[in-house]
Write a protein that binds this ligand. Structure first.
Ligand code: FES
Length: 356
């Protein structure tokens, strides 16, 4: 072994050398620091009270299965709440009761399983610290056999097979927990004929156009040039399924200069003196199209920015919507109030329904 120019000893080829910081380094010379940290190892193992006292162990076991029982009760409560406190249309108190009890049931169900599992792991499963060295995953037969062995050991140490009451209540709780989702999602399921439900709205010949939400009828003379009205059909506030009907029948009413309107020949008489009415339900996925740009006569859906050109029978000029907003044919009655000539001539809302 000979010294080099910097005074650091040379190592023989293939010999690992841990270099220490030279007391004097030359500017520009790379220095490899020695490992500054020493593995501190694990702290001494402290036995838990459940490890040393069989009574405490039994007590902990009782707590765990009680929590799993509570989870099952929570799931049952959630299902019961759904039928005992049904949502009555128009009754906000029923919505509150339904939400509170459903929420309490689902929360107890999830918390029961969560807290029970953590308590079980912390107090009853084997608690000594172990170190497992990392190594490449080889997937050989030997490794797989070892995995099975570890699984069996884990089963033995956790008491999953031995503590049958805990195991069975946990399985019961896991089975019961998703059940409330069935009743919740049932309402989202398709009706027997969803298309027909969307094809018809409250609009029919002679229905007055009224202001949203007051229900006051609108005279043609109230609608000034450039204005926009949010409109609902007359009588909507009196029907039982008001929200469902409004979700289909909401309309936007605008007045433009008649010469600005580029109307289709077959729809020439669908407007009245520059006043046009279009469905407010976006043909993309059904958000309310609520923004009207007075200067450009564009309607903008705030959800995904679909833009409709009112001057060109609400054609889509930007965004993901695939078809124009449906137009409501309108006119005025003998008293000068705006009325519908008929219902919509095509389904309102997302285009999906049009194709069913
Ligand atoms: S719902 Fe209107 S753009 Fe998507």
């Amino acid at each position: 072994m000979a010294d080099n120019d910097t005074g650091t000893p040379h190592a023989a080829a293939g010999t690992a050398v841990q270099k220490s910081v030279p007391t004097q380094t030359v500017a520009g010379t790379a220095v490899e620091l020695s490992d500054a940290f020493v593995n501190p190892g694990l702290p001494p193992h402290r036995a838990r009270v459940t490890d040393t006292d069989p009574k405490k162990d039994k007590q902990a076991e009782r707590r765990v299965y009680t929590l799993f029982y509570a989870s099952i009760v929570g799931s049952v409560l959630a299902i019961a709440a759904y039928s005992v406190f049904p949502i009555v249309p128009g009754d906000s108190n029923s919505v509150r009761l339904n939400t509170v009890f459903l929420g309490l049931g689902i929360a107890s169900s999830l918390l029961g399983i969560g807290i029970g599992a953590v308590y079980w792991a912390k107090n009853l499963m084997r608690g000594d610290e172990i170190v497992e060295m990392r190594h490449p995953t080889r997937g050989t037969e030997e490794t797989r056999a070892r995995a099975v062995e570890i699984f069996k050991l884990g089963n033995e140490e956790s008491g999953f097979g031995r503590r049958t009451l805990i195991r069975n209540t946990l399985i019961g709780a896991l089975i019961a927990t998703p059940i409330p989702a069935i009743v919740l999602f049932r309402d989202l399921g398709p009706r027997s004929d969803p298309a027909s439900a969307l094809e018809t709205t409250m609009w029919k010949k002679g229905t007055r156009l009224t202001r949203d939400p007051t229900g006051d009828p609108i005279k043609a003379s109230d609608i000034t040039l450039g204005s926009v009205f949010h409109v609902i059909p007359e009588g909507l506030n009196d029907v039982e399924d008001k929200l469902e009907q409004k979700a289909k029948a909401a309309v936007l009413l605008m007045r433009l200069k008649p010469e600005d309107l580029n109307e289709l020949p077959e729809r020439k008489d669908w407007s009245y003196d520059g006043i046009v009415a279009y469905s407010k339900i976006c043909t993309h996925v059904g958000c309310p199209v609520a923004l009207y740009e007075q200067q450009t006569h564009h309607l903008l859906c705030p959800c995904h920015q679909s833009t409709f050109d009112v001057t060109n029978h609400c054609q889509v000029i930007f965004g993901p919507a695939k078809r124009p907003l449906p137009q409501l044919p309108i006119t005025v009655d003998a008293e000068g109030y705006m009325v519908a000539q008929s219902g919509f001539h095509e389904p309102v809302g997302p285009s999906f329904w049009e194709r069913t």
